[in-house]
Design a protein around this ligand. Structure first.
Ligand SMILES: Nc1ncnc2c1ncn2[C@@H]1O[C@H](COP(=O)(O)OP(=O)(O)OP(=O)(O)O)[C@@H](O)[C@H]1O
Ligand SMILES: [Mg+2]
Length: 356
């Protein structure tokens, strides 16, 4: 069991090059999470100074790793949005500690610059193919000639790096994160900011902070070439974390992915209710893994019950899984295949609902 005091002491032994103080005293340790054999925190530095702080992050990680019994550490280095608007907190640790106890810390939703529409892909239940749908829907929207980005907001199980074949930390230029580009999509995932699987130790408020930063600090578009649509792959579930996330994310619409079974449909209903609570329109339901094993038609019937559109169904198809595992959306790998055509139909409906 790692002792929190030891973690704080280790971090305070690392010096902030600007203030000359220890990291904790300098207010650079935010959202500190300490579990049995792991620890992690977010180091938020002024815009444009991430390069200066990269070695400090490495030193902080090394300091944490040197604590006996520490198996995994995660230090996420992020830049403040606007230096003037977000003054450095002098009591960062205690502020972060208070934040963690509060379910709904007030945070202004901020629209990402030069992004016309933000679309959430959600599911009540995990493992129903939400990320698979997000990636292929993004590719299908791009195939319509739209400029498309995809944000992996699933901090607890980021899958975009695998599904799009991404690796390597993104570059920071002028305080902004430069997204990776893969298969014509601008892509950003917390999986690119943290090492290995450490992201899973994050708690709710810290997770939404990371997502807000990836959303607003990534250079998705420019004034001359705005992004038409940003697809956000939300973490599964309908709990407090999801509620906080969707409250803080400026969403123009959501699509809900479900498999045809009743349990998944019940969770899809809950997801719809969650979006209703925050006034985000559910653009429709998508049935995934439709066919022999799970049955067919459940999502369409559920959409009718909820009074939302049914956007289409996708069969249980080994090629979809294989393409995802290989880092390439099936829609891009086989643009003329049946699956690509189904996604094209879904994309047409989604684009129309978003006015694109
Ligand atoms: N229609 C499909 N046919 C075959 N395999 C599929 C299909 N949709 C998804 N899969 C596979 O099912 C697994 C889960 O899919 P995916 O990761 O997209 O689900 P998810 O809802 O995002 O899961 P999580 O809740 O873990 O984020 C993956 O291995 C994926 O390749
Ligand atoms: Mg997923």
């Amino acid at each position: 069991m790692i002792d929190r005091t030891a973690v704080i002491a280790a971090l305070d032994a690392v010096v902030d090059p600007k203030s000359g103080q220890g990291l904790v005293a300098a207010g650079l340790v935010q959202g500190l999470t300490v579990a049995e054999d792991r620890a992690g925190f977010v180091m938020e530095v002024p815009a444009g100074e991430t390069a200066i702080y990269a070695p400090v992050r490495d030193a902080a990680e090394a300091a944490l790793k040197s604590i006996p019994g520490m198996a995994r550490v995660s230090v996420v280095l992020t830049a403040e949005t606007a230096p003037a608007a977000a003054p450095r907190r002098t009591a960062g640790l205690s502020k972060a500690a208070t934040d963690q106890g509060r379910a709904k810390a007030p945070v202004a939703t901020e629209r990402p610059a030069h992004v016309k529409r933000v679309l959430a892909v959600a599911s009540g239940k995990g493992g129903v193919g939400k990320s698979t749908v997000a990636v292929n829907l993004a590719a299908a929207l791009a195939a319509r000639g739209l400029s498309v980005g995809i944000l992996d907001a699933d901090v607890y199980g980021p899958s975009l790096p695998t599904m799009l074949g991404l690796s390597g930390q993104p570059d920071y230029v002028d305080g902004a994160i430069v997204p990776h580009v893969a298969h014509g999509l601008k892509a950003m995932s917390v999986g690119l900011l943290t090492k290995a699987d450490d992201a899973m130790i994050w708690r709710g408020p810290m997770a939404s902070q990371a997502i807000t930063q990836m959303l607003t600090q990534t250079r998705w578009g420019t004034e001359d070439a705005p992004l038409d649509v940003l697809v956000v792959d939300l973490p599964p579930g309908t709990g407090d974390v999801q509620l906080t996330l969707i409250q803080k994310t400026p969403l123009d619409g959501a699509v809900i992915v479900s498999t045809p079974q009743e349990v998944a449909l019940a969770d899809a209903r809950r997801a719809h209710t969650l979006f209703q609570r925050v006034n985000v329109p559910t653009l429709g339901l998508i049935e995934n893994m439709s066919g022999d094993v799970f049955g067919r038609g459940g999502a369409e019937a559920e959409a009718a019950r909820l009074g939302v559109a049914f956007l289409g169904d996708l069969p249980l198809d080994a090629a979809l899984r294989q393409a995802g595992d290989a880092g390439r959306p099936l829609v891009s790998a086989e643009p003329d295949g049946d699956v690509a055509q189904r996604f094209a139909a879904v994309a047409a409906r989604v684009a129309a609902s978003l006015g694109l």
